[in-house]
Design a protein around this ligand. Structure first.
Ligand code: G4P
Length: 537
């Protein structure tokens, strides 16, 4: 089957709308400055008037109780889940990712819905663990990455050393685009290697109305007058960089092999506009997306998209759940009928939501790259695809094998039905994974981070009136089981029944009591595949 069949292509106006779109996420280790940078990007985009807005909404990374309190005051997480704003005649969709590593699974799935990513690194700390993991996920899809070395208004690591670290630890080539002049108390600004100009640092930094001061030409005597102590070293470094570092090439950036690197200070709004320019000038507009059958191009006329996230209780007045759908092709219009492909059912979307920084608004139309919110009464799952009829299943939306397990115990056995319903829905949302062992009537929960259990317990109580306790259980690892030889699968199931369970989507999984046991079983059953990740069925 050809990967690009002849399909009707949108009108010029739609193609223009697609080319003007940029959909990206910020990846970073907690505390590197993601929230601060988000706020500044929104400020430049005119989406918020005051700094501090995003910050105030930030969900706590430190305490469960805080996290829940914030989750409870709902409406919050939604607005910061997707932020759309305009900048320089472009429409920017910024997708937020949870800061806490316990919710990293959510983050991975958000990354499947973006076309590029902005990696923020704390200049004082260099590459940190969470960044390594997130970048790995981006590399799986060759997502283009722009790098921002933050906090240069503080004492930072040597910039050359930082580049080396990114290259060796993250395995991506660095192409410095700006270069810092000093750091900490002596931070004077950055030199733009491509534009041959110095951007002068001022605490408080650039505002939307007032541009940063620029001095053109590295040999400009004005620079010697202003920064006599720093200029000789800068010229040396720039000479070295021009000789030894990789020059920026769009092709390498777009293929995910190279990252343009910028230096600055998010809190001082310094270097932020350069990031926006890079996003607009270099980052890709919505890209083609693979499905099980063919690749879908954004400019195709027929609408298609997939759900990468489900969020519950965004509005405390209505117990609603919103499915976040990334538009992959066509033009979405309010009131349109689209097909829910897993269920084979048409749904008419009367009141889709769009996300304009802080407010939920009804969306009239959306194009490839945009995210729309669909009200979900339990029928939509993460990974579901929608189209105008063609059977397409978008691929690459992962579930990861959980690493932590608990047995669920009810305080009131009469509530079994509510418990099952609650857990089923929470599993469909991706809040937790649920396994029903083939033997016995227990339910086992799986999570990637321990906070997920707390959230599930809290939500079972508040949304389903179920008081459940989670006990330790002798499970150390889970693997989804697959075997094309049905006879062999039946034999495996019979012999290993005590360790087998079905997940919320009725897929068979092996729950290993220990890592050693898992290795042994995998060795003993070479024809059975044990998957640590699975995609939507
Ligand atoms: P995160 O979302 O990645 O977790 O980071 P966040 O933006 O919350 O920033 C973490 C801390 O780093 C914050 O300080 C923030 O003010 C600070 N920060 C961010 N960018 C810069 C920068 O360019 N320079 C300096 N010096 N600091 C920066 P905090 O003390 O945790 O919070 P707050 O009390 O300042 O609000």
């Amino acid at each position: 089957m050809p990967s690009f069949p002849v399909t009707a292509v949108s009108a010029d106006a739609s193609i223009d709308a697609i080319q003007r779109r940029r959909t990206f996420a910020i990846i970073s280790h907690p505390d590197a400055g993601k929230t601060t940078l988000t706020e500044k990007l929104l400020l430049f985009g005119g989406a918020i008037q005051l700094a501090g807005t995003v910050k105030a909404r930030k969900s706590s990374r430190h305490a469960t109780s805080d996290w829940m309190a914030i989750e409870k005051s709902r409406g919050i997480s939604v607005a910061s889940s997707v932020m759309q704003f305009e900048y320089d005649a472009h429409v920017i969709n910024l997708l937020d990712t949870p800061g806490h590593q316990d919710f990293s699974e959510d983050t991975y799935r958000v990354l499947t819905a973006v076309d590029s990513a902005l990696m923020v690194i704390d200049g004082g700390n260099g590459v940190e663990t969470q960044t390594v993991k997130l970048l790995e996920v981006c590399r799986l899809r060759d997502t283009p990455i722009i790098t921002f070395m933050n906090k240069f208004d503080r004492e930072s690591r040597d910039p050359m050393e930082l580049l080396d670290e990114v290259e060796s630890v993250l395995g991506i080539q660095c192409a410095p685009v700006t270069w810092p002049i000093g750091m900490g108390k002596c931070f004077r600004g950055v030199y733009h290697l491509l534009r041959d100009e110095v951007l002068v640092f001022a605490a408080g930094g650039e505002t939307r109305e007032q541009a940063v001061e620029r001095i053109a030409g590295i040999d400009n005597p004005e620079l010697d007058r202003r920064f006599p102590a720093e200029m000789p070293e800068l010229r040396e470094q720039v000479k070295l960089l021009r000789g030894a570092s990789h020059p920026f090439t769009l092709e390498d950036f777009l293929s995910g092999q190279q990252t343009p690197v910028f230096f600055g200070s998010a809190i001082n709004n310094f270097g932020v506009r350069e990031l926006l320019s890079a996003l607009i000038d270099w980052a890709p507009s919505p890209r083609p997306r693979p499905t099980t059958g063919r690749t879908v191009r954004p400019e195709e006329e027929a609408f298609s998209g997939f759900v990468f996230k489900i969020q519950a209780n965004m509005d405390p007045q209505h117990r609603d759940r919103v499915a976040f759908l990334r538009v992959c092709s066509g033009r979405f219009q309010r009131g349109m009928k689209i097909k829910h492909l897993r269920l084979g059912r048409d749904v008419q979307v009367h009141n889709p939501i769009t996300f304009l920084a802080q407010e939920r608004e009804l969306v009239e139309e959306a194009f490839a790259g945009d995210i729309i919110g669909l009200h979900n009464h339990g029928s939509i799952q993460i990974g579901d695809s929608f189209s105008q009829g063609e059977v397409l299943q978008f691929t690459g939306i992962p579930y990861f094998a959980p690493e932590l397990f608990r047995r669920v115990r009810l305080r009131n056995p009469l509530k079994t039905k509510q418990l099952q319903k609650g857990l089923q829905q929470l599993a469909e949302e991706g809040a937790t994974q649920v396994f029903k062992p083939l033997q016995g009537g227990d339910m086992i929960l799986g999570a990637v981070g321990v906070l997920q259990f707390d959230v599930v317990a809290e939500r079972l109580k508040s949304e389903y009136a179920v008081d459940a306790m989670f006990d330790p259980v002798a499970v150390q690892a889970a693997r989804w089981v697959q075997c094309d030889d049905l006879k062999m699968l039946a034999e495996f199931t019979r012999k290993q029944e005590e360790h087998l369970a079905e997940d919320a989507g009725n897929r068979l999984a092996y729950l290993a009591p220990s890592r050693v046991n898992l290795d042994l079983i995998m060795e003993r059953w070479p024809q059975v595949a044990f998957h640590a990740t699975r995609e939507h069925a």
